[in-house]
Design a protein around this ligand. Structure first.
Ligand SMILES: *Cc1c(COP(=O)(O)O)cnc(C)c1O
Length: 371
């Protein structure tokens, strides 16, 4: 850390990321692994994570938006990049210019892509998106033939893949996920029925990689798992290590007398005189306000409670009768001694999901990458 760096930061362990990638690869056997690096690689740093995966010979990468694909190209990524979200018509030329792989969720969109490719005198790769139960983008599974037939009439488009997405593969009851998989496989029968080679088939996100081996098919799309976090706090059948840790430093110490409330709204006051430290982190950094009077941090090998409301830039911690000095570290996510605070813990305490915890950590928090 540079001497002048902000006393709240994230460490990103790229070795752990590489190990998680290898563990997922081993787990899915012959299926290809397409790491998902959208949303700044779930807060871990888009380019840094992508370059690491490129070094590890990942076959391709997945992002949500065309802008993320362009940022990867500008950062030196030469791998195939699949943009999972739909393209708006005016952005179609950007895909072609930067050699990004399209998602075609409808016949109209497919035709627009075909025309743009034709105009640019090139052919372009697409993955057709089938909706098997998400009711988000994608042609309904019972109409999929229409999209497949349209693709046969698009000479400037190469259908590289066909994919779908699970709505609830992280539920204990996998009934709906199994139904979605069944619908997907049924739609795909179009190809053998017409004597055509089946494109690359994919449907498995992190939850399905863990819970539904029969859904691995030709390619899997892990996001969260890659970062060493499981979707619903389940125990993982794959050995994973958290990639991100988040630390801050004590910047103020005081004794608060019994009955004196702490922070906005006076939501908490000690019943006995206690020691309270202030950390320079708040909800504008992504340390969510919902952690007020709910969260915990580790300071000097003890777990302590967040007391009072989390502010925009500062958070107070009751350290009881223990001691802490300015400059002592506070672990917001990560391990220290015998204690660990996980992304899943923060999600539980603030009534959300691990995805939102990771992607909420704002750009104000410096990241330090460790090879
Ligand atoms: C984000 C995303 C994924 C990755 O999801 P995880 O649950 O993080 O593994 C996979 N597929 C699609 C279409 C996505 O949008």
């Amino acid at each position: 850390m540079s001497d002048t760096q902000r006393p709240t930061w994230c460490d990103i362990d790229l070795t752990a990321l590489g190990n998680n990638y290898a563990a997922i690869e081993a787990h899915v056997g012959t299926a290809q692994v397409m790491p998902i690096v959208k949303a700044d690689a779930y807060g871990h740093g888009l380019t840094q994570v992508a370059l690491k995966l490129q070094d590890l010979n990942a076959p391709r990468l997945g992002v949500a938006y065309v802008e993320e694909g362009i940022a990867l190209r500008e950062g030196g990524i030469t791998l195939p990049i699949h943009v999972l979200g739909g393209a708006v018509e005016r952005q179609i030329p950007l895909f072609i210019e930067h050699d990004l792989t399209f998602t075609a969720p409808s016949v109209d969109k497919l035709n627009q892509i075909n025309e743009a490719a034709e105009a640019a005198k090139t052919t372009t790769r697409v993955h057709l998106k089938i909706d098997t139960g998400m009711e988000r983008i994608g042609i309904h599974h019972y109409n999929a033939d229409t999209l497949f037939e349209a693709a046969l009439r698009c000479p400037s488009v190469e259908v590289e893949g066909v994919f779908s997405h699970f709505a609830s593969a992280d539920h204990p009851d996998l009934g709906f996920a199994r139904l979605q998989l069944e619908r997907f496989l049924e739609a795909l029968e179009f190809f053998p029925r017409h004597g055509l080679a089946t494109p690359t088939r994919h449907i498995a996100n992190s939850a399905a990689i863990l819970a539904l081996p029969e859904a691995h098919l030709d390619l899997v799309r892990p996001g969260l798992l890659l970062y060493g976090v499981t979707p619903a706090n389940e125990t993982s059948t794959i050995e994973l290590h958290p990639v991100l840790s988040w630390r801050s430093e004590v910047i103020y110490f005081k004794v608060v007398e019994a009955g004196n409330p702490i922070s906005y709204g006076s939501t908490w006051a000690p019943t006995n005189s206690t020691r309270v430290v202030t950390l320079p982190v708040g909800y504008a950094d992504g340390y969510r306000r919902a952690l007020s009077n709910q969260g915990q941090v580790i300071i000097n090998n003890n777990r302590h409670n967040v007391v009072g409301r989390v502010c925009m830039d500062q958070t107070m911690i009751d350290i009881g009768n223990t001691s802490a000095f300015n400059g002592d570290q506070a672990v917001l996510i990560g391990s220290s001694g015998a204690h660990q605070i996980t992304v899943g813990d923060l999600a539980r305490w603030s009534d959300t999901i691990p995805y939102e915890i990771l992607t909420a950590i704002t750009a104000r928090v410096p990241r330090r990458w460790h090879p």
